[in-house]
Design a binder for this molecule. Structure first.
Ligand code: 1AE
Length: 408
């Protein structure tokens, strides 16, 4: 059985006839040309022909407002194989270079989606692994570890773990290197995880950065897992969605995969070009099998507008065929004073993620983690951070708020 995939575009033009433009896209990206075809050929090509479903025009006002149209086109599944490269090249390959046009959304058919197992663990599976069901999770990021040796790396891991974090991720810029090679890095960090767990009683996941040439990635993942890795970090956009799909659907790679958004800024931020954040970092990441997805927040150092941010969250969490939910991880420049805003916008199904906001704490890395946990508990209990910080055992939160303030 085959269906259609519906693409939604926003096209900008001061003068164009958007209905004509929509038709030229639908025909051009499917059968190529239509009117000049002989009748017999038209009949046999009909099942391949793209169909314009709607064209919603928005008049420009000659000033700041531009003239644009939202165009929906249905592409028959029969035209492309059931993989993301084929789908993306069909709906936005050449078109992505043809004037001011942005791909806003893709609704794939059930038969197409059935080729994608999606996140192996997803939000629920990660909560199961950690045994944490009620509260937002806390993740910390290794920082300034390029050039570190194993002893120093292990020490930084241990301090992060003592702070009560649920996940620790490698910095995305830590690649294979002679000082902290993959398997040795995993062994050292998981050793530190065990030492910390003996003190805190808390389980944690370590997402080691999966790097190297594409042809070696699955082997590297298996080596990391054999050395004890219980999660992976992956720079999805530098490799491509299909590489994530291959890794996430490989049965021997049986740990959660956290998708890093590196390179995404080259694709989503323009209103006129590229792919929307919700499709790029939401739906496509989820289809390709990311268990956790990092993306900029509306509040931190790398800012994504709030409406786009919430659309990414929705794409990761709302029902999508048979796929599990991916955990949203709004990131970059996050500190404890932002926690109430994060919970207000994301609810409890969110991972609060910080690097500098943990390691930059004046009482040290472990205190940085404690400050976040105290902020999360306060926000969950409806207690103002100012009041929570005044409690006698909340020095960590107090110091964090003195340093970074509270954003309201
Ligand atoms: C959007 C990705 C954020 C990230 O990977 C990272 O390393 C953030 O670090 P901080 O929290 O800004 O120090």
């Amino acid at each position: 059985m085959s269906g259609v995939c519906v693409a939604t575009y926003r096209a900008f033009d001061d003068k164009a006839d958007f209905h004509k433009k929509a038709l030229s896209i639908a025909v051009g990206l499917t059968v190529g040309s239509w009117t000049e075809l002989p009748e017999a050929q038209k009949a046999s090509m009909e099942k391949h022909l793209g169909k314009v479903l709607s064209v919603e025009e928005h008049a420009g006002n000659g000033g700041a407002g531009e003239r644009y149209a939202d165009i929906r086109i249905a592409y028959p599944d029969i035209n492309f194989s059931r993989d993301l490269p084929a789908l993306l090249v069909t709906v936005f390959g050449k078109l992505s270079m043809d004037g001011k046009i942005k791909l806003l959304d893709l609704d794939v058919s059930e038969p197409f989606a059935s080729a994608f197992p999606g996140p192996k663990f997803g939000l629920g599976g990660i909560r199961e692994l950690l045994g944490v069901h009620e509260r937002p999770l806390l993740m910390s990021i290794f920082k300034s570890v390029v050039g570190y040796d194993l002893v120093n790396l292990k020490d930084q891991f241990y301090k992060q773990a003592l702070g009560g974090v649920d996940l620790i991720k490698d910095d995305e810029i830590l690649f294979e290197n002679p000082l902290t090679p993959l398997e040795k890095r995993v062994e050292a960090c998981m050793d530190a995880a065990r030492l910390a767990e003996a003190e805190t009683g808390q389980k944690l996941l370590y997402a080691v950065n999966l790097t190297g040439p594409t042809s070696k990635l699955a082997d590297n993942a298996r080596k990391a897992i054999a050395a004890g890795a219980n999660a992976l970090l992956f720079n999805v956009l530098a490799y491509g969605f299909d590489v994530l799909h291959e890794l996430s659907s490989d049965k021997s790679i049986n740990v959660p995969i956290a998708a890093h958004p590196a390179m995404a800024g080259a694709i989503y931020p323009s209103p006129h070009y590229g792919i929307s954040a919700s499709l790029l970092l939401g739906k496509l990441m989820r289809l390709a099998g990311a268990d956790l997805v990092l993306f900029p927040s509306p509040y931190g150092s790398v800012v994504m507008p709030k409406a786009e941010n919430l659309a990414v969250k929705e794409a990761l969490l709302q029902p999508l065929h048979q796929l599990r939910q991916s955990f949203p991880v709004p990131s970059a420049g996050i500190h404890p004073g932002l926690v109430p805003l994060i919970l207000q916008d994301f609810g409890t199904d969110v991972v609060v993620n910080a690097g500098g906001g943990i390691h930059g704490h004046k009482l040290g890395t472990a205190a940085g983690g404690h400050a976040f946990r105290q902020a999360i508990d306060a926000a969950l209990g409806g207690v103002d951070l100012e009041d929570a910080a005044a409690q006698p055992d909340h020095e960590a939160l107090k110091a964090a708020i003195e340093a970074w303030g509270i954003k309201r």
